[in-house]
Design a protein around this ligand. Sequence first.
Ligand code: THU
Length: 127
Amino acid sequence: MDKKYEGLVKQAIEAMKNSYSPYSKFRVGAAVLTKEGKVFTGTNVENASYGLSMCAERVAIFKAVSEGYTEFEAMAIASASGDASPCGACRQVMQEFSPNMKVIFAGKEFSLSELLPRPFSGGSLNV
Ligand code: THU
């Protein structure tokens, strides 16, 4: 992992503290770095109606997008297990905005394209 992302990892760990996960008791935190150098954090937010629960990664991205930031350089993910990999839905949402972003978890740095090869994208909708 590039040393320049150490601060981002710390922010993801810090974000875990606000995880609302009374059902799974599995805390997740995410910190996404925008192209402009701004960081947005997120935690998983669960619901008694389980299917309504939202992952930390998407909370962080949706916070950024709703504030006008849509291009991302990197995201760090922290979890109770220490090695949780982002789910498929979150990978798809990342690729919507920044197909070449870096994703950091388990102390390693990945490119989104290696985590989600041959993605479905908006380009396919231009029929
Ligand atoms: N979770 C995340 O926040 N991100 C992931 O990428 C995988 C799973 C959350 C959802 C749920 O609140 C808990 O972890 C257990 O699945």
